[in-house]
Ligand binder design. Structure first.
Ligand code: WT7
Length: 679
């Protein structure tokens, strides 16, 4: 009886992701009127109730100050909740001191929870490890001692290039413990991407592994570190003194004596006594690079007290976390912000038991995730729509082979979830294949690398959920949808997503570039944070996310910049010009499609050239950025001022008749392009 009968349930709204314009998607979404109220049982046991909203509205900073004191143990209490005297530079919990690692680890042990499992690790080849809170605390203390003995001090940067193994979490927490700032680089990024991030942050230490496993085969990591560092040695030099290497897949690695050290020789042999001291609430916790609208990734800076407060609060409230009984699984890699906030920090701050899986969902078979969920009795699952759509394609009979009855909350993140995928997720995964009277509620969570923590999401024991909508700003968060002029839109209308008031886990800047921080987020609208997303309010005032309004693409929930891929393409000697668009894709949400003009002296070798250029992007940025489709064209559509009209390229990429081309300097260009593609 979890279904609200106010809506018609007969017609499933078509997929918002596949092959449609945003306007079509929007129309479909607005026809979506199913609603699912929380079951009475769920609501009765929920950790937060509806009065949270009123409490927060009464006094936002005071609400967050209460959460900060409730959820964290401060070494020194703070004097002021929020200092917003110099916007957009916020300070939260001013004067307070707090240690992230102490809060994630030691205090649980001190509180008698040392034997609770912190991490169940499942390696891709099937090897397993379990860390209790006491054991994880000891590992982090050793790593902290080891890093300090290598000369890493408070404020120094540490680059982390690791697979999804417990050492990634241990490294991040060891950095946080000693006040070093981690900069995690996703293992799927190339040597070149790693080099530019090490360079920008001037990292002193790199922590990596020989490699990992991908679909049953060893996949290397260390060679990219070697390549990044030697490229810098052949240039202006670098800041890195040491590389600590975890032995994971046992493959041979190149070794630089004096620089490279095995984890087993340094961390494992370090003393396990280490006292955590409090760091200032605004002390930098980490830098995480993300793609923007220019070619250069931005180092998003997060600090300590506010970030920990909002990640911990949202993890508890949005997933209805009962740490004594739940087994939580977030499938994100620690290389992305979801892995930072909802693998490394929030679950451990909250004393939860979590699962960490190294590999791909189809290794060695397409039921691997559900086998894991059954084995560990996973009760909260947090994943991305692209994964759900992939499982839909593989078929519901695969999850049906496993017992998913323990699942009681499902999360979604990274991109809009189309109602069709939402319903499948609810019935097949949350309903244990239709065997459950009350399927698990789905919480669609909107947020960004920049916001640090979830911002818009239902509360599963409070909100009646709607397939496809993230719905409501969380308590204490002032999200709005505004028009071109920054005025709030009425219900039923669309516009731009903004945040009107500072929030605890907001980014504190872009590493080394305060001007870019102001320009990117605070200049579009007066005194509001501009997220870069389009959104719509429905008749109930619920928020529907409609995708990016800038040159940022979202491929499988991963953020990619059109400009960055274009720069990678033109860095190839055969390429004169390139334009990249994100085209609607049934599985990945968007797919990268590139249009390339070759240089006069380059020969078009057809498929061979296409393959070479795709691989070039893979090498420059990483395999995730490789164009799914690459089209060699004679010309690109441009306005009289020389701006590429991506809208028209998108029409081609999505197989539509091209729209209005009259603003082009030469309107006949679209015909030339179409002709060249027919050949
Ligand atoms: C962009 C941020 C948040 C962690 C993963 C991505 C899109 C994110 C949703 C959602 C619709 C979403 C937005 C946003 N996005 N979550 N629930 N519904 N869109 O972090 O790489 O910083 O990307 O992802 O477009 O701006 P990110």
């Amino acid at each position: 009886m979890s279904q609200d009968t106010t809506g018609s349930t007969a017609t499933a709204a078509p997929s918002a992701a596949g092959g449609q314009t945003r306007q079509d998607a929007l129309e479909n979404l607005l026809q979506e009127n199913r609603k699912f109220a929380p079951s009475a049982e769920f609501a009765a046991n929920a950790v937060v109730s509806a009065d949270e909203y009123a409490k927060a509205d009464a006094d936002r900073p005071a609400f967050w100050a209460n959460k900060a004191r409730e959820l964290l143990t401060w070494s020194k209490d703070f004097d002021q909740a929020l200092d917003w005297s110099n916007p957009p530079f916020a300070k939260w919990f001013v004067g307070g001191e707090v240690n992230a690692a102490y809060n994630a680890l030691d205090r649980h042990v001190e509180n008698g929870l040392g034997d609770r499992v912190a991490i169940y690790f499942e390696g891709e080849p099937g090897d397993t490890r379990t860390y209790t809170y006491a054991e994880l605390t000891e590992e982090v203390k050793k790593a902290a001692n080891a890093f300090e003995s290598l000369g890493v001090a408070k404020g120094d940067r540490v680059a982390v290039y690791l697979p999804m193994i417990p050492e990634a979490v241990i490294t991040m927490l060891a950095c946080a413990r000693i006040g070093a700032v981690h900069s995690v680089v996703f293992g799927g990024f190339s040597a070149d991407a790693l080099r530019s991030r090490i360079e920008d942050a001037e990292a002193k230490l790199v922590v990596t592994a020989d490699g990992t496993y991908r679909r049953g085969k060893p996949s290397p990591l260390k060679p990219a570190v070697d390549e990044a560092l030697s490229a810098m040695e052949n240039g202006d030099g670098h800041s890195v003194n040491n590389v600590v290497v975890v032995k994971r897949n046992g493959e041979d690695v190149n070794w630089v004596d004096g620089r490279d050290l095995w984890w087993s020789e340094t961390v494992d042999k370090a003393p396990s006594e280490h006292t955590a001291v409090g760091h200032d609430s605004e002390h930098p916790l980490f830098i995480l690079y993300t793609s923007g609208t220019t070619g250069k990734p931005k180092g998003i800076l997060h600090t300590t007290g506010g970030y920990l407060t909002q990640t911990a609060y949202t993890h508890r409230a949005v997933f209805d976390l009962h740490p004594e009984t739940d087994v939580y699984w977030c499938t994100a890699d620690v290389g992305w912000v979801t892995g930072h906030s909802y693998v490394t920090y929030a679950p451990l701050i909250n004393g939860a038991t979590q699962l960490m899986y190294e590999g791909t969902p189809d290794s060695p078979h397409q039921g691997r995730w559900w086998e894991i969920a059954e084995k560990y009795k996973v009760s909260i699952l947090y994943t991305a729509p692209t994964a759900i759509r992939t499982f839909m394609k593989w078929g519901r009979e695969i999850p049906a082979k496993y017992d998913l009855s323990a699942i009681r909350v499902l999360g979604s993140v990274g991109e809009p979830i189309n109602p069709e995928a939402w319903m499948w997720y609810r019935e097949v995964i949350g309903g244990n294949g239709g065997k459950k009277a009350n399927p698990a509620p789905i919480v669609d969570t909107w947020w960004q690398t920049e916001t640090g923590a979830q911002m818009i999401a239902p509360l599963p024991g409070v909100t009646s959920t709607k397939p496809g909508s993230a719905q409501v700003p969380l308590p204490g968060i002032a999200v709005d949808v505004v028009d071109e002029n920054g005025a709030s839109v009425a219900n039923g209308e669309g516009g731009y997503l903004v945040v009107r008031e500072p929030w605890p886990s907001m980014l504190r800047g872009i590493w080394g570039d305060p001007e870019r921080f102001k320009d990117t987020y605070w200049s579009r609208f007066e005194a509001m944070y501009f997220a870069g997303d389009g959104a719509k309010k429905d008749e109930d005032g619920d928020v529907w996310l409609l995708g990016r309004v800038d040159d940022v693409m979202n491929v499988s929930g991963h953020r990619l910049s059109t400009t960055e891929i274009e720069s990678a393409l033109v860095s190839h000697p055969a390429v004169a010009e390139a334009a990249v668009v994100g085209a609607a894709d049934d599985t990945t949400g968007q797919a990268v499609v590139a249009f390339v003009i070759l240089r006069g002296d380059a020969t078009n070798k057809g498929d061979e050239t296409v393959l070479e250029l795709r691989n070039h992007v893979g090498k420059e940025i990483g395999p995730i950025a490789k164009p799914k489709q690459l089209l060699i064209v004679p010309e690109l559509p441009k306005t009289r001022s020389g701006k590429i009209v991506r809208r028209l390229l998108k029409d081609i990429a999505e197989g539509r008749d091209t729209g209005d081309a009259t603003t082009l300097a030469d309107p006949s260009i679209m015909n030339h392009i179409a002709e060249s593609l027919r050949k």
